[in-house]
Each structure stands twice: as structure tokens, then as C-alpha cells.
Design a protein around this ligand. Sequence first.
Ligand SMILES: [Zn+2]
Ligand SMILES: [Zn+2]
Length: 145
Amino acid sequence: MVICALHDELLRDAHDFGGPDLVADIHHEARTWVDEAHPWDGTGDEPGDRHSAYLAVWWQRIDLERAERIGTLVQRGDGRWQPIGPVRCPDGHTFGPRRVLLGWIPCPCRGHHVWTCQAPTDDGLCGLQTVHPVPGPRCREVGIG
Ligand SMILES: [Zn+2]
Ligand SMILES: [Zn+2]
């Protein structure tokens, strides 16, 4: 299998989220799917379809794993703890460097992470917010939600 930058990133996420077990699990699922969807007899160059199909499985699994962990902290490979955030705003803009503002609203429940989308739109910036955890009835009293 060719290792590309995207796969590298997905691998790192899988490792940080679930350790070697999760990496092995996703790898197994992706390989099984690739062999079913794009059988290859092993001769010549490996068809590019196989690589994209392999990555697609990785992408979906990491997306799910990440969604389950939004607002929690994971320890990254370099030892830093980092809050897991969403990868896109409710409108579908993909977050990236300088494309999202990370905030924190103190609240009687403890507090909420807030991600504000900075994607450029026709009339400025998107500005849609993702709040985690989702505010409960008592949070609304202090103006969140
Ligand atoms: Zn947006
Ligand atoms: Zn709250």
C-alpha cells in the first residue's frame, strides 16, 4: 500500500484515538473492503482505485471515531493534550488552519467548547457555531443555545 500524506494523518488520528488496536481494526476493514470492491491479482501496478477505496474506509471510520470524541481530550503523539473538535461547520465548510475559531463559554454545567466557522462567504464569514456539549435547559438561562 502506498502511504500518502492523508493516510499519514488518518493513521495518526487512529493511533491517538484508539491505539494500535484501532489502527489494526480499521486497516483490516479497509483491506477487506478493497479486496471485495476492487479485486487485484497482484500483477503490475496496483490500481489507483484500490488506494482511494482504502482511504475512503479510513476516512469514514476516523470521522465516526472523531464524532464520538468531540469535546474530549486526546493525548497526541508528541505528548500534548488536544481537544477533539468537529471537522466541519453545520453548513459543511471544512475546518482547517485559520478556518475556525476555538472558544470556551463558562457555564454552571462546567462550560462549553465553541467552534466558530471562519469560512469566507459572499457576505463575510460563515460564523456558524458548533457547541459542545449541547446546552441543556439550565445552560439556556445563561444565554447559550
Ligand atoms: Zn461554515
Ligand atoms: Zn452548560
